[in-house]
Design a protein around this ligand. Structure first.
Ligand code: ZN
Length: 382
């Protein structure tokens, strides 16, 4: 029987997504009626269930050099369509956002680096000089004035987002000298971290290279970041999008996070488990729901322009197509734009996303806000 031919169970038809899929974090019984209902529904279609649970990743034979399951190894070839979300919506799920906005945009920035080296700046000056691009040359020369230029750009990012009535999440790394990809001390960022929080932006943890398999590391880094921010840290994304299904989710739950937003492919934009809505993952080993929200990642800057190697025109056409799709499904578009990609065409591309989504009246906000909203929706049910 095809998806279209399946009867729609009456008890689902009037349910809102929030009533079925989300529940308060303090309700610790992992198998609530709500969860049972959503799981029962997704289970009805084996292909959707396998996609939703990421079954093929449990015994993955192919991983890339960072131990990541890549899109090219997946049996699901069309990840430009949110198959699981589509299935749920066809069976009566509805999603609502504040002020009846049609869809949401979860804006995020992984803070891998905040200081560009003088060597890299000098090379840029010479390159522009050789290419006779004198205005860019002058611009690069100005960057040599301060080690905070151009990547200590938190105020500029906030200003751009404010222009479009948007807010975002910044995920900071908590590393020590000698760690892989160590570039800054989190304690040196205390002022800006508190500034971001005070203005309503979110600060989350960007777990290091090995964190995705190490619950102790995740917990310790969370505590250290909270010491700096003097606020609870609820959001998580692992560096390089490294994650192991379902173990990383379990580690994040144990560390006390409320949501994760790592689940996306590095090598291709799209819907890795067919969902364009936040959801609670399911552990096929324990046969239990995992007590965390996953806000799946849709678009990363380095995927568009690095892994997929698209030019700006094609990248924009694809991005606009994704935004239109997510609008159609009342979903959540999760964008990862590194702070190191805010100058020139890259910065303009990010602003184009904000402008396009603003015109469509999207709710553009932090992962914490989206998680909080979903939880409160559930609390309001009769
Ligand atoms: Zn990173």
């Amino acid at each position: 029987m095809s998806v279209d031919e399946q009867p729609i169970p009456n008890r689902y038809t009037r349910c809102r997504w929030a009533q079925i899929g989300f529940r308060p974090l303090w309700r610790k019984n992992p198998m609530t009626d709500d969860t049972v209902m959503i799981l029962e529904l997704v289970r009805q279609e084996q292909e959707i269930w396998d996609l939703f649970t990421r079954k093929e990743e449990y015994h993955a034979k192919i991983v890339d050099q960072y131990d990541r399951f890549p899109h090219y190894a997946s049996e699901c070839r069309n990840i430009f369509e949110p198959h699981a979300s589509k299935y749920l919506l066809e069976h009566g799920y509805q999603v609502e956002y504040p002020d009846d906005r049609p869809f949401a945009v979860c804006l995020t920035h992984d803070i891998d680096e905040i200081y560009k080296s003088n060597g890299a700046k000098s090379i840029a000056v010479l390159r522009h000089l050789c290419d006779a691009r004198f205005s860019e040359c002058v611009h690069s020369l100005k960057e040599l004035r301060s080690k905070k230029i151009p990547w200590w750009n938190f105020s500029e990012i906030m200003a751009v987002e404010e222009k479009y009535e948007a807010k975002s999440s910044f995920y900071f790394m908590v590393q020590d000298p000698g760690d892989q990809d160590y570039t800054y001390r989190i304690e040196d960022c205390e002022g800006i971290i508190k500034g971001l929080c005070d203005r309503g932006w979110e600060v989350g943890l960007h777990g290091g290279h090995t964190a995705y398999t190490d619950p102790t590391e995740i917990r310790e880094k969370k505590e250290r970041l909270e010491k700096v921010s003097e606020k609870p840290v609820v959001g998580y994304r692992n560096h390089f999008l490294r994650m192991r299904v379902p173990d990383t989710w379990e580690h994040i739950v144990k560390a006390g996070f409320e949501y994760d937003t790592t689940l996306g492919y590095a090598d291709c934009i799209g819907f890795r488990n067919g969902m364009c809505h936040p959801f609670r993952p399911y552990n096929l080993r324990t046969q239990q729901e995992i007590d965390i929200f996953e806000i799946p990642l849709t678009i990363m800057d380095n995927t568009l322009f690095g892994y997929m190697n698209l030019n700006f025109r094609t990248a924009w056409e694809l991005t606009a197509q994704f935004i239109d799709t997510i609008e159609r499904f009342n979903g959540v578009l999760t964008v990862l734009w590194h702070n190191t990609n805010f100058s020139g065409d890259m910065g303009r591309f990010y602003e184009k996303i904000l402008s396009y989504c603003r015109k469509k009246d999207a709710w553009m906000t932090t992962g914490a806000d989206i998680t909080d909203w979903m939880n409160r929706q559930n609390c309001l049910r009769p």
